[in-house]
Design a protein around this ligand. Structure first.
Ligand SMILES: [Zn+2]
Length: 539
């Protein structure tokens, strides 16, 4: 008999099964995401009737003649009506054709033996050959013990197929669901260009019980859950199932557009040179209501999707970034993010990035290069974060690697100083083809206060230091170190976000249009020359 009611494994509330079905199988009381069969997942994610299955009948031959494996397979087959732990095929999400593969946690814990590996690899190779984006939904305990090292090698096989898919500039979105562990997490699951997860899914390498036994300690609440992984830089996004299809569709849309930017004819008005006092400019650059990067991103661009994490240590809140459209054209946009009040500023580390922030930015910039998207960076930072953790994780190395790698990215880069351009912390995102500055922003090797206390041994001398350092946009334009000054509203950028954003947008338009006429070699040469030609000497 078919069950009518079901108890939520999360909170214990009982609901009609049909009720769950209407809610994407998510508990309305505790947001618990119920485990689904592959066919239900495909139904929720893709256009009705569009799924065409590959290799339905491939099945295992029990290569090691492993004790009792045969029996386990029979049970799994009976339970799921499938012959393997994965379904693969083509489908449509919105109007986009994709190759989709979904693992089945109910079939021997979704473990990967030779058949799962083979079906996945064939699906990936099909996507590569037909130049299609790939989506893999995981739910797995890892490699399948009953197939020994044959199973282990499927990790290498699927990963190698993904590398070929990636080398063709194709998109792979990995969707992690509860649970994703072991050899599956340590191979294809964590190789997505974009990695998203369902809320509260268990995701990790070793199972929590193994870890607990090994270290002999109780594990903290939330350990190895999606939210823990996001915090530790491993995920781009956590998405509720109800919103997932539209987010995936938007990601596919941005990766599908090839829009040519139209030329821009209107010129920016020249910035006033009325404000001469550097301390006045500095006060405006640091104004508590100065537009933040996120405010500017949301006003200048459309369809912004924020991505998180450096895939190594953490998600730095002082750096935001993701993909968006600029006048219909896909771009990668990254910003150093300050807060608007004390609470936000603590959360954002006052706009001072840690090494993981620079590494997140570089990860997103490399992705931009892969998908041939221009990069727009918005800079507003007092400097890179000075702290013990930042040193332990290699702050200097992180900035240095950005300088090196940014010099070699084969897409246009525009960096805009919107507030404080604080030293190496700002330069770490500013090795660009065009460096632009808002009228009342500053760019400096050290804060005037820092300079005054080192050279004058007196912080009260900071106006003298500020003047001597030549940190205003006007000074830097005169020295030939920046390309343009973007005008601000009369009272400063904080007085009118929309007007400020419009001016920045027009400036990006002019410069981006020009950069898009250049090929990769020309872009690299122009960027090289720009910094190579900073040469002031006598001989
Ligand atoms: Zn519940």
């Amino acid at each position: 008999m078919r069950k009518l009611f079901m108890k939520c494994p999360g909170c214990g509330t009982t609901h009609f099964i049909n009720f769950y079905a209407r809610k994407h199988y998510v508990c309305p009381d505790c947001n618990y995401h119920l485990t689904l069969s592959p066919i239900e997942r495909i139904r929720l994610l893709t256009k009705p009737g569009s799924f065409k299955e590959f290799n339905k009948d491939i099945h295992t031959i029990d290569p090691l003649v492993f004790p009792n494996y045969d029996n386990k397979l029979k049970v799994a087959h009976k339970k799921t009506h499938n012959r393997s732990a994965v379904k693969t095929g083509t489908a449509k999400i919105g109007k986009y054709n994709v190759v989709i593969s979904v693992l089945d946690a109910d079939f021997m814990m979704g473990s990967m033996g030779a058949v799962v590996g083979e079906k996945l690899t064939r699906a990936i190779e099909y996507a590569t050959e037909h130049e299609l984006p790939l989506i893999i939904v995981t739910a797995s305990g890892g490699a399948r013990m009953q197939e020994g090292v044959i199973s282990l090698f499927q990790m290498a096989k699927t990963s190698a197929a993904l590398k070929r898919h990636s080398n063709k500039g194709l998109l792979y979105i990995s969707i992690l669901t509860h649970p994703t562990t072991g050899g599956v997490s340590a191979s294809f699951a964590f190789l997505g260009d974009i990695i998203v997860a369902e809320p509260n899914a268990l995701i990790g390498f070793a199972g929590p019980r193994v870890i607990q036994q090994t270290i002999g300690e109780k594990l903290p609440e939330g350990f190895q859950r999606s939210e823990f992984l996001l915090e530790h830089g491993m995920l781009d996004l956590i998405i509720n199932r109800a919103k997932r299809t539209s987010v995936i569709e938007n990601i596919l849309k941005i990766h599908n557009i090839s829009v040519q930017l139209k030329p821009k004819t209107k010129q920016l008005r020249k910035p006033s040179t009325a404000r001469q006092d550097i301390m006045e400019i500095l006060a405006l650059a640091r104004h508590k209501n100065r537009p933040t990067s996120l405010e500017l991103i949301q006003t200048i661009f459309t369809d912004f999707i924020e991505f998180h994490g450096d895939r190594a240590y953490a998600d730095d809140k002082a750096v935001v970034g993701g993909i968006a459209l600029f006048k219909g054209m896909p771009v990668t946009v990254i910003g150093l993010q300050k807060g608007k009040n004390t609470k936000e500023n603590i959360y954002r580390h006052f706009g001072m990035a840690h090494p993981e922030g620079y590494r997140k930015a570089l990860r997103l910039m490399r992705q931009a290069e892969k998908f041939n998207r221009p990069i727009i960076n918005l800079i507003d930072t007092p400097g890179a974060y000075p702290g013990v953790g930042a040193e332990e994780r290699g702050q200097a190395e992180a900035i240095a690697v950005n300088l090196l790698e940014m010099s070699d990215l084969k897409v246009p880069i525009i960096s805009i100083i919107t507030g404080e351009g604080g030293s190496g912390g700002a330069l770490g995102l500013s090795v660009a083809n065009k460096v632009l500055m808002l009228e009342n922003s500053t760019y400096s090797v050290i804060s005037p206060e820092g300079c005054a206390s080192i050279l004058w041994k007196d912080a009260k001398q900071s106006p003298t230091a500020a003047k001597a350092l030549k940190i205003s946009a006007f000074d830097l334009l005169k020295l030939g170190l920046i390309d343009e000054i973007i005008p601000e509203p009369e009272e400063g950028a904080h007085a009118d976000l929309k007007l400020t954003a419009r001016n920045i947008s027009e400036s990006i338009h002019t410069h981006l249009y020009q950069l898009l006429t250049m090929n990769a070699n020309e872009l690299l040469q122009q960027r090289y020359d720009k910094f190579r030609n900073v040469a002031f000497y006598g001989e």
